[in-house]
Design a protein around this ligand. Structure first.
Ligand SMILES: [Mn+2]
Length: 337
């Protein structure tokens, strides 16, 4: 549980109202939470300020949020760097360190704009921003954006903003499954429902919206590539570049794949490994009490949350399998919290 710092919001409000150019930015490989936080703030700030407001992302949005009407307003790529340097205010949404915006980080660091961070990842880079709204116990950045807007000017929240924020909460909590979805999250979800959003349609749009290829890829991975280590309650799925090509896989589509092994009764940790051009991308998910944030930090140069984290590995798929079996599995008990 957390309480948003309303005093800090009131201190910040005059700067928001006086700004001429505001940039909202989410993290690289944006997920539903990053996209929805940025777009919800974008719509809200456009309503209350005269400023030009620019929603920015380091790279493409995942397919499952393509139905958001304002995805087309997002600015992706080089143009975004210039905006970061020329604006007078920046909102950093759903990330805790400059490096999480990859190629845009140098612009973010260089910019003289007033910087605000709205985030729920542990250990934020405090020096990066002037106004920090960091609540690691929040389920999602979207949840914090809701509390932020409620304190800033509740009248700006409308059905579209509520739809985006609800989507951010759903994608970051695995539809309320993760431990991070607590009574406060559900209370906020309930308030969002009161804006007349279509809960069923949002869930279908986010989660039951696969292409045939995607569905077949799922079947293929489950049948051929998933290995279960019952002694350790671990399930591992690998996906090579050749297989990505075969099934027309697009980046960002890995979210639900990473969760698949957790549907097996005794599997408590899922490790999803994807081959990229230069390294392997590792996504970790857990149910129950394993802290995959710590595993990501200790073994894969990454981090995240207790039940969902990510990192990377330099080497081949064969090497990472050996690395996990030899180094990680025998030490897993340490990560039971
Ligand atoms: Mn998030």
């Amino acid at each position: 549980m957390y309480e948003i710092d309303t005093e800090k919001i009131h201190k910040l409000k005059p700067s928001i109202l006086q700004a001429d150019k505001i940039v909202l930015i989410g993290h690289t490989s944006p997920d539903g939470d990053a996209v929805s936080s940025v777009l919800a703030l974008y719509l809200a700030l456009k309503k209350i300020t005269q400023a030009e407001v620019f929603p920015v992302l380091p790279d493409r949005v995942p397919n499952y949020v393509n139905w958001f009407d304002h995805v087309q307003d997002l600015i992706i790529g080089e143009q975004a760097g210039k905006l970061l340097l020329s604006c007078d205010m920046i909102f950093c949404c759903d990330f805790n360190e400059a490096k999480r915006v990859s190629h845009l980080s140098e612009y973010l660091l260089k910019s003289k704009a007033i910087k605000v961070m709205i985030d729920h990842h542990p250990q934020p880079e405090e020096n990066l921003v002037d106004y920090l709204f960091s609540y690691p116990s929040a389920s999602s950045a979207a949840e914090i954006v809701y509390s932020f807007l409620k304190a800033l000017d509740q009248s700006v929240i409308d059905k579209t903003i509520a739809t985006y924020l609800f989507s951010g909460i759903l994608t970051d909590t695995g539809v309320f499954v993760h431990d991070s979805a607590d009574s406060q999250t559900l209370a906020i979800a309930s308030e969002l429902l009161s804006y007349g959003i279509d809960k069923g349609k949002i869930i279908r749009n986010l989660f039951n919206n696969y292409s045939e290829n995607r569905m077949r890829l799922m079947g293929y991975l489950l049948y051929k590539n998933m290995k279960i280590f019952y002694d350790y309650h671990v399930g591992i799925i690998t996906l090579s570049r050749r297989e990505m090509k075969r099934f027309d896989f697009t980046l960002g589509d890995h979210e639900s794949l990473a969760n698949l092994p957790l549907s097996i009764k005794d599997v408590e940790i899922s490790i999803f490994i994807m081959e990229r051009s230069d390294e392997l991308k590792v996504s970790l998910r857990s149910k129950g009490h394993y802290d995959v944030n710590l595993i990501a930090r200790d073994y894969f140069h990454g981090g995240g949350h207790k039940n969902a984290a990510g990192g990377s590995f330099t080497g081949s798929l064969h090497q990472i399998r050996r690395y996990i079996k030899k180094n990680l599995l025998p030490n897993l008990k340490k990560y039971l919290v």
